[in-house]
Design a protein around this ligand. Structure first.
Ligand SMILES: [Zn+2]
Ligand SMILES: [Zn+2]
Length: 390
């Protein structure tokens, strides 16, 4: 295009210089050819520079994406390098796995686990988060229905059973074939033993956590999970009365297995120390699950609240256990239809801000909250709301 225009100019100039001597025409011609060559060289250099810039920009974008991803992975991994089981459990906890290879899938959760100044580990926002935003979902690593809900919910995922679901032998039911398959990790071992004495001990002492220990013990015996699964979680400090009550439970659990077909080798991990260690961790890390379903569920949970048993069960999660407490929290965990938890922001959160949930009923007054937290979780709350005396 440029060359055509230059030729036209050149033709015009030739016609303009008609009548000028041939020597002068040759000089003009050389001048034009030089200009064309110079222009071609400039185009060549410009294109080279453009290609370089384009490549640099692409590489820098890729590098930025890689750094962002690896920083998340690094933070997560380094915060847990002291304990191997956490890695696999945490990976299983996230439903938003960092599989960024597929652009249609969501990225990693906007959170990281890091040390706080005064409360041990905590969960922090890696970017600005808006009110109501889903932070991540969490599958339980351990769950069990309440004894009162045993025949009303799925024995694995705690989903409410339909009235058409036929009760199964041994009195437990699953909501789906998938849950039945996943329950194989504990079901077959559990069904070999007689649990009436252990369940009576839980019922008469109004205990729910020993049921979780029983399930974990069955999972370990069947090889579905390692015996140190919960070691990374913080244990509660226990009073001598609590320990003696736990020892009674330990004896009953051990007897149930001894009277079944379980071998000594399968039971080798099941020491008193293991039992008490697991229970002390479950005690301050388990979540009481109340399903927020439809209108029918609201009515039944209202009725259950009156009977002081709205929970369908209890469960232990890995990542949600790292959230610290606040009486005026900026995040919460909810359950819609089963034990899969959903962590959501309750208000706008800034990048770097710690995300905290409320471990107890936030509507209680100052003294009741302090009493519950001190007795149930072993700490005195110094959150801004408590410090203000509210
Ligand atoms: Zn289920
Ligand atoms: Zn507080």
């Amino acid at each position: 295009m440029m060359l055509c225009q230059m030729n036209k100019v050149f033709q015009k100039k030739i016609s303009a210089v008609n009548g000028i001597g041939s020597c002068q025409i040759r000089i003009v011609l050389r001048y034009q050819v030089l200009c064309v060559l110079l222009l071609l060289y400039c185009f060549y250099e410009l294109e080279k520079a453009y290609i370089k810039l384009w490549r640099a920009a692409s590489e820098s974008n890729m590098a930025r994406a890689t750094v962002r991803y690896s920083r998340w992975a690094w933070r997560f991994l380094t915060s847990n390098t002291q304990n191997e089981p956490f890695l696999s459990s945490a990976a299983a906890t996230f439903s938003t796995a960092p599989e960024n290879a597929n652009p249609g899938r969501p990225g990693p959760p906007p959170i990281r686990v890091a040390l706080t100044e005064s409360s041990g580990r905590g969960v922090f926002a890696t970017r600005k988060i808006e009110t109501g935003e889903l932070l991540h979902t969490a599958k339980p690593i351990l769950s069990h229905p309440s004894l009162s809900a045993l025949h009303k919910v799925c024995y694995f995922c705690l989903r409410k059973l339909k009235t058409t679901d036929a009760p199964q032998p041994h009195g437990v039911s699953y909501c789906s074939e998938e849950c039945r398959q996943q329950a194989k990790g504990f079901h077959d071992i559990e069904m070999t033993a007689d649990w009436s004495a252990y369940d009576d001990y839980c019922r008469s002492n109004r205990l729910k956590y020993p049921l979780l220990v029983k399930r974990l013990a069955c999972m370990v015996m069947s090889g579905a999970t390692p015996a140190n699964l919960l070691d990374i979680l913080q244990p509660a400090s226990l009073s001598p009365e609590m320990i003696s009550e736990m020892e009674e439970g330990y004896g009953l659990l051990r007897n149930a297995y001894i009277n079944s077909n379980i071998t000594d080798e399968q039971m080798s991990f099941l020491t008193k120390q293991w039992y008490i260690g697991i229970l002390s961790r479950i005690r301050i890390n388990a979540f009481r699950i109340e399903l927020a379903g439809g209108y029918d569920d609201l009515l039944s949970s209202l009725a259950a609240s009156i009977e002081s048993e709205a929970a369908v069960g209890n469960a232990v999660y890995m990542l949600p256990s790292f959230y610290n407490h606040d009486c005026d929290p900026n995040a919460h965990i909810i359950w819609i239809e089963n034990a899969d938890g959903r962590l959501k922001a309750l208000r706008d959160v800034d990048e770097g801000e710690e995300l905290r949930i409320c471990y107890i009923d936030a509507s209680m007054d100052h003294d009741a909250r302090q009493s519950f937290l001190s007795q149930g979780f072993g700490f005195q709350c110094n959150c801004p709301r408590c410090l203000s005396g509210d």
